[in-house]
Design a protein around this ligand. Sequence first.
Ligand code: AMP
Ligand code: MG
Length: 350
Amino acid sequence: MNTQILKINPQNPEKDKIEQAAQVWRDGGTVAFPTETVYGLGANALNEAAVKKIFEAKGRPADNPLIVHISDFEEVDRLVENIPAGTKHLMSSFWPGPLTIIMKKSNIIPDIITAGLDTVAIRLPSHPIARSLIKVSGIPIAAPSANTSGKPSPTIAQHVIDDLFGKVDIIIDGGPAEVGLESTVIDVTGEIPVLLRPGGVTYEQLRSVLGEVQVDPAVLSALSADVVPRSPGMKYTHYSPNAEVVIVEGEKEKVIHAINRLVEENRRKGLKVGVMAVDETASLYHADCVLAVGSEGQPQTIAANLFYKLREFDQMGVDIIFAQSVKEQGIGMAIRNRLNKAAGYNIIKV
Ligand code: AMP
Ligand code: MG
């Protein structure tokens, strides 16, 4: 397939380029585009053949449902059976922005979107390119992250080019994604809202608006084989670079000591070893490749850099990565969730 790369100004998207990409969506094609979370791969959510192209390009398992993206609050009504009490307030508090809300689906949503579930995931993104594209197209857009299934999500256009060039119609380059991690997913179909995936909107922020919020067990620990997760995507290996990832957790001095020892052990085996550090500790590690994700005190920066750095380790041909963990507060919950999954829950406590 001929993939066109389209550079668009993220502050002030050029009208002619937006119209060109929107037309591809109307014609049943695929367009990768920036959002404030990560880059998405979009297609017409109401056109089954178009949505199928997303699954094919990504190699995404058919039982992992997609998020439907809209550009205006009013569009929710025809996509869902009803909007539960309190959910309008949730929407006005965090939309446009990195929050995905699960509600009972209406019958215009094709089964391919929801993997046969009776619920649908909806988000109104804030990124100017995403918003104007969806608005101009006039259709709801199904869009998972624009990576090959299982790889770290793309935070710049080059990541999308690396994974999907030749497999999609257009890749828009609109600069780096600001949040760097996927949206928060919350299910409001039950009595108490359930956090299914932590992301750009934090658990603390959700609690301040909703009062009570449950956290799905799949968020912070490995699922045992007999548990069916409420968010089907949670059961897959995710966000993994080619290199093996091992997390080392504990008191700071002990972590540094343990990682340096593990680095030595693995280098002696002939492996190329990487360390994912923070700015404050990077100079204390002696590995083939040490990358800092940001300052300890700035978890937003760590979130924005995480997937980028995981891909950078792969480019350097690292075999194994030892990573420091982060605190669970705020966006830290989402960082830990992605890091744990990238490591397949291979966590050493010291
Ligand atoms: P991604 O497209 O990579 O951002 O992943 C979307 C996430 O939303 C996955 O974890 C899906 O399992 C989850 N998701 C999408 N639709 C639903 C739904 N109807 N119910 C529960 N989780 C959903
Ligand atoms: Mg994804």
